[in-house]
Ligand binder design. Structure first.
Ligand SMILES: O=C(O)CCC(=O)C(=O)O
Ligand SMILES: [Fe+2]
Length: 189
């Protein structure tokens, strides 16, 4: 996160205390081998709510979508961890970073396991665009929101239909905060 903050010309210690005391959710996913791996999707396309997600996979299966909406498999590198930018980083960076759309495929012969560790601020804290990244050229483009808003949101939704609740504000609104639950974007876990 320090490297990302530096790249945004923020202090690498930005929100250090809040991040150190932040939330961590670990999801352990198991995808049984499938005789027809092209038919099911292990996990549908989504972005994570997190600032950053760290993923470990034992077999190839994680795919990320590029700007042209093409899918790319993330190779398995022994001892390597995968870091994905999540929605909260998109909000914090006022859109300079984008939450990575990703999905998981299944394998013909091998059972696949992945461990995803989702990091964000603590339950009661809100993530908002860093004030230094908002000016006349870069208008405030996101609502504030946090982990607890995400939990409130998914508790009322079918998991497949859950959608991101941060939306870009209309062009004529530069400083107001909208209700995060009123509009949706991409599906997520
Ligand atoms: O299985 C994977 O590689 C992806 C897991 C994932 O995206 C998640 O748990 O949010
Ligand atoms: Fe994910």
């Amino acid at each position: 996160m320090e490297v990302i903050f530096e790249s945004l010309e923020l202090n690498p210690d930005y929100l250090h205390e809040d991040i150190a005391k932040g939330s961590q959710v670990i999801a352990v996913n198991c995808y049984p081998a499938c005789p027809e791996p092209d038919l099911p999707l292990g996990l549908p396309p989504h972005t994570d709510y997190s600032l950053l997600s760290i993923i470990l996979q034992n077999h190839q299966g994680l795919q990320i979508m590029d700007q042209d909406e093409k899918w790319h498999s993330v190779p398995v590198i022994e001892g390597g961890l995968i870091a994905l930018v999540g929605d909260h980083m998109e909000v914090l960076s006022n859109g300079q970073y984008k939450g990575v759309v990703h999905r998981a495929t299944v394998n013909l012969e091998k059972k696949r396991l992945s461990i995803a560790s989702l990091h964000s601020l603590a339950l009661g804290k809100k993530v908002r665009p860093a004030p230094a990244l908002v000016d006349e050229q870069h208008i405030l483009s996101y609502n504030e929101g946090g982990f607890s808003d995400f939990l409130d949101f998914i508790s009322g939704e079918d998991i497949v239909q859950v959608a991101v609740f941060y939306t870009e504000a209309p062009q004529n609104v530069s400083s107001s905060v909208k209700d995060p639950k009123t509009e949706n974007r991409t599906p997520k876990s």
